[in-house]
Write a protein that binds this ligand. Structure first.
Ligand code: 13P
Length: 248
């Protein structure tokens, strides 16, 4: 298996204010020049511009973007807008948006394509609900979700995937290592089916209750190429140990 540079990304969701610039600066000072790992933070859109100016080596991303370039879409932001603000990538297809905003796999693929058109990176999220896990069909469901959410122009230089079991997000529950390994192997197979050898270079992050206590074990699982971190990314003292736990 090819060793990919670990990618540790904080998703701040609907948290943070300009007072939290100090948190970004602490993260950038401690980890921004670490060449063994790529570090990203996705603050709320209101903070992208300020964060981008103080990011050092930390990549600043958005949490979502619209698929269209402009138009009558009140409250939405295009890929070009988040890029102008200073983002270099965006999350798309987070389960909270799939659930709260009813985003479909086709919507997610279109959003990822819009990011590619704007020369931005994407982290495309997939994951099963607890009912789907309990049904025994999680792998079939999540690989189908990825296949349907992958944009046409998917390639390893701009696209990453995040496996985030919905039932593990914010709950303190994490799948056993064997289940994470099995899902990541299946997602890898989906990527290489679609993209050929190129699919081997796409980083597949794990997300859902990653913290300083479990990061080393999770990041050592075969084909886990990084972590997408919610709650534990909101403070430097809980996020930095996760970055430090990345294998290199
Ligand atoms: P938690 O790390 O808070 O479980 O959130 C994970 C997540 O949804 C990241 O996108």
């Amino acid at each position: 298996m090819r060793q990919l540079k670990p990618y540790i990304v904080g998703n701040w969701k609907m948290n943070g204010s300009s007072a939290d610039l100090a948190i970004l600066k602490a993260i950038a000072d401690a980890a921004g020049s670490d060449t063994g790992v790529d570090v990203g933070i996705c603050p709320p859109a209101t903070l992208i511009a300020a964060f981008a100016q103080s990011a050092g080596g930390v990549h600043i991303g958005a949490q979502d973007c619209h698929a269209k370039t402009s138009g009558a879409h009140t409250g939405c932001l295009s890929a070009a807008m988040i890029k102008e603000a200073g983002a270099t990538f965006s999350i798309v297809g987070h389960s909270e948006r799939r659930a709260d905003q009813g985003e479909t796999d086709a919507d997610v693929a279109a959003k990822a394509e819009a990011l590619h058109d704007a020369v931005l990176g994407a982290i495309l999220c997939v994951g099963e609900t607890l009912d789907e896990r309990d049904s025994g069909n999680a792998i079939a469901i999540v690989t189908a979700q990825l296949a349907a959410s992958l944009p046409q122009s998917a390639s390893a230089d701009w696209l990453s995937v995040a496996y985030e079991p919905v039932w593990a997000i914010g709950t303190g529950r994490v799948p056993v290592a064997d289940d994470i390994a099995a899902m990541h192997a299946a997602l890898r197979a989906t990527l290489t089916d679609r993209m050929g050898a190129e699919g081997a270079g796409v980083r597949i992050l794990y997300g859902g209750s990653v913290n300083s206590g479990n990061a080393a074990e999770i990041l050592a699982i075969p084909d886990v190429g990084g972590a997408l971190v919610g709650g534990a990314s909101l403070k430097a003292e809980t996020f930095l140990p996760i970055i430090q736990a990345a294998p290199r």
